[in-house]
Design a protein around this ligand. Structure first.
Ligand code: AVJ
Length: 320
């Protein structure tokens, strides 16, 4: 009688704040300053992101949902999956659309850096689905964790466009690593946001209600709590810019005045000039043709690519 819910941490306790300390030491001493986006997602950051997905300006979640609503049946049939591994477990609505199309007796393996998000989502799904088993994993999958053992064939879903948080070279490495981690017959379902009019892209990352600004500034709260850093969100402005050449959105935090962020945990302090920016996220947007090439270059065999009716977002099903 195996339990229907389990949660595994792939990282020893303390590893997370050590990784954060290392990222801060490296990222805040370089020019321009940068931090990886994974540090947004503590409990509050995960909640803010959920709120973002419902904003009128933030179209990716709805566009991807539209594709899943139409094609979850095709995805289930083409993959033949008996297990669903979800990287960055994200929004429960999308998970439900996939689960509804897959066999009822299924192992669901959500992998996320936020244990609070995993607990809440996992337990809610179990209550609705008597045949489901959930094996949640707290892990930074972008760091190349070993994928948990699970029945084959498995469908690995990496939704929301999060693959766009990786820089091109990291993305190529990640896609290659993921392919070599899978067995023949397994499948990847990859969500990617598409290039579109810059005004629409910028609005999606700089919403009128300021929820994205709060989400961006949340990383400062994480630094204050985890490393005792003396940074005040009120000292920074939220910035979202479209880099037309590299075709990605950047989120940044811009110092409103010259200031110094002391980080006792590192026995260091980091100076900001007035107007100096800290890059907190890259969110790449894709062209379907370019995406085909990237998948092929990392060894994937693309089975299908679907887009929503307004061609804002793409879902690709590929085999290793
Ligand atoms: C969860 C990484 C897909 O890049 O659009 C939302 C995160 N950042 N608003 C994205 C995010 C700002 C989101 N991903």
């Amino acid at each position: 009688n195996t339990p229907r819910f389990s949660l595994t941490r792939s990282l020893p306790p303390g590893a997370t704040s050590a990784a954060l300390a290392a990222d801060v030491a490296r990222g805040l001493s370089r020019v321009p300053k940068e931090l990886p986006p994974r540090w947004f997602y503590d409990a509050r950051g995960s909640e803010l992101f959920e709120e973002i997905t419902g904003l009128p300006e933030y179209y990716p979640t709805r566009a991807e949902q539209e594709i899943l609503t139409r094609h979850a049946g095709d995805i289930a049939r083409l993959s033949g999956a008996g297990a669903l591994v979800e990287l960055g477990s994200g929004s429960s609505v999308k998970t439900r659309l996939l689960l509804d199309a897959l066999p009822e007796r299924l192992l669901y393996v959500p992998v996320d850096v936020s244990s609070s998000a995993l607990e809440a989502a996992g337990r809610a799904l179990l209550a609705e689905r008597p045949e489901l088993r959930v094996h949640a994993m707290v892990a930074d999958f972008l760091a190349g964790l070993p994928l948990p053992a699970s029945p084959s064939p498995r469908l690995v879903a990496f939704l929301g466009g999060t693959v766009g948080n990786l820089l091109p070279a990291e993305r190529a490495r990640f896609l290659t690593w993921l392919r070599t981690s899978l067995a023949p017959g397994d499948a990847l379902l990859l969500g990617t946001d598409l290039v579109k009019e810059p005004a629409l892209l910028v609005a999606a990352y700089d919403d009128a209600r300021g929820v994205t600004a709060e989400f961006n500034k949340n990383v400062l709260r994480v630094l204050a709590r985890e490393l005792d850093a003396d940074c005040d969100p009120a000292d920074f402005d939220h910035v979202a810019v479209w880099d037309a050449e590299r075709e990605w959105i950047e989120m940044r935090l811009r110092a409103r005045a010259a200031l110094s962020v002391k980080v006792p945990a590192l026995d260091a302090s980091f100076d900001f000039q007035v107007g100096e920016e800290l890059r907190t996220e890259v969110s790449a947007k894709f062209r379907p043709e370019r995406l085909r090439v990237e998948l092929a270059d990392s060894g994937w065999r693309l089975e299908r690519m679907w887009t929503d009716t307004r061609s804002r977002f793409a879902l690709s099903l590929a085999f290793p």
